[in-house]
Design a protein. Structure first.
Length: 448
């Protein structure tokens, strides 16, 4: 009788946990979709408010500043989120507090460097184009400096299982800037590029202030005075976070390399066709990427425990759930591909074969599960980076070989091969390092 009750309790606990996981993943998907929608709306509003020259300047400086922020953040948000999750699992409040302080100080250091870079570029622009454009690069880099704090606090809150708070905190900057831009547009308030840059700065500042309050509250509630006796090893921690930062830079490079090479070596029509097809095919991964953004701390938490079977089961369940949703999204993209491509223009319908190829590639790669995030959140970020370096090398060499002959079609084939290579090699690394089988096929076999 007692065993039966225990079995029922375990079953109910498992069901409740899965529903919480589904709820968190759905919230992440909703937040990501909201971000994409707000980004699209804000771009339209900026284009309507500004003239072509100002709009181009805003986009260029914002992109450059955001890329610089990714480099200078050196993986601190992800690293600290991982370590805080481990400290919570082991009830090490002193280490948790020390990691939070380390992350905050690193954010300050990165922000100071970004502001300095922005000041340098502002003087350069003033020298080349006049003082009327001087503030734009400076404000853009200031926004990116504040965005590091916003991303860091969102990661810390997520490590305390405050999933929805973390997700909507990441939406706050776009929500603020889009609302302000809409107000400016409908009230017909005269605004230059500098005004738009001020809006972006204000949005990130609001998110950073709210995030600071929430993160400090969660840390104080868990931590104890024992943190004062901890001797932090900042150099060692910085080395580990830098390894994660390199991984994130490589992952970002993979999303851009096809377009960059095709734009340099291929024809303009091929570039535009591939751009439209790749952006639409990426919709297939929305739920998967949204889920990956929230399960990291949970993976780190479970990896700190002795029972690896719980970690394996959690990763399998989330991989299977995400793959099913991705398959449904892929089916929608395939059925509506011509109408979706026609949104870019009638002649973009010719990119239909590209869209089919890339969508299939994404779906096949997602079948290997969350291998990259598992490697990073369990301390094997160097293995994850090695996989990304080999994938990036295959992508670059393959693109350069096929573009002269096959154009965009050749690039799509190389992209699919690179996706499957990265996913399968990452899955193999997880099996070799952790002894876990977390792909979708393994999940289906476990259920059968």
């Amino acid at each position: 009788m007692r065993q039966g009750r225990q079995s029922n309790l375990e079953f109910l606990t498992s069901v409740a946990h899965r529903w919480r996981a589904v709820g968190s993943a759905s919230a992440a998907f909703l937040a990501r979709t909201t971000n994409a929608t707000l980004s699209y709306l804000s771009s339209i509003l900026y284009a309507r408010i500004l003239n072509i020259e100002d709009f181009s300047s805003v986009i260029s400086w914002t992109s450059f500043a955001n890329l610089s922020a990714i480099l200078l953040a050196v993986g601190v948000p992800t690293y600290v989120s991982r370590e805080i999750s481990r400290a919570r699992a082991n009830q090490r409040s002193a280490v948790l507090t020390a990691q939070f302080v380390f992350g905050t100080r690193m954010c300050f250091a990165s922000a100071i460097v970004l502001v300095g870079i922005g000041f340098g570029f502002s003087n350069f622009v003033a020298f080349r184009a006049g003082s009327d454009q001087k503030l734009l690069p400076f404000l853009s880099f200031c926004s990116s400096a504040i965005s590091i704090f916003a991303a860091y606090y969102a990661a810390v809150i997520l490590a305390f299982d405050r999933v929805k708070s973390s997700l909507w905190l990441s939406t706050t900057p776009l929500l603020v800037t889009t609302s302000a831009a809409a107000l400016i547009y409908f009230l017909k308030i005269p605004t230059a590029a500098v005004g738009i840059a001020v809006l972006a700065l204000g949005g990130f500042l609001v998110a950073a202030l709210i995030g600071r309050l929430l993160a400090q509250s969660e840390t104080n509630a868990f931590a104890s005075a024992a943190a004062l006796t901890v001797s932090p090893s900042y150099i060692s921690w910085l080395g580990r976070s830098a390894a994660i930062g390199i991984n994130q830079v490589l992952a970002s490079s993979l999303t851009q390399v096809d377009i960059l090479l095709l734009g340099r070596v291929g024809a303009a029509e091929d570039t535009s066709m591939y751009f439209a097809a790749s952006r639409l095919a990426f919709i297939t991964t929305f739920f998967f990427v949204a889920t990956a953004s929230i399960i990291g701390p949970r993976i780190s938490f479970l990896s700190s425990e002795a029972d690896r079977s719980r970690l394996e089961k959690y990763c399998r369940d989330m991989a299977l759930l995400s793959f099913i949703v991705a398959a449904l999204i892929a089916l929608f993209v395939v059925i509506a591909r011509n109408r979706l491509l026609a949104l870019f223009g009638d002649h973009f319908v010719l990119a239909s074969p590209l869209l089919l190829t890339l969508t299939l590639g994404w779906l096949l790669s997602l079948g290997f599960g969350f291998s990259q995030i598992v490697l990073v959140m369990t301390g094997f970020e160097k293995d994850a980076s090695t996989v990304l370096v080999s994938t990036l090398s295959i992508n670059v060499v393959g693109d350069l070989l096929v573009i002269p002959t096959f154009g965009a079609y050749g690039v799509s084939w190389v992209a699919v091969a690179s996706m499957i290579w990265m996913a399968s090699l990452s899955s193999f690394a997880v099996r070799r390092r952790l002894g876990l089988k977390i792909d979708v096929i393994s999940a289906l076999r476990a259920r059968s």
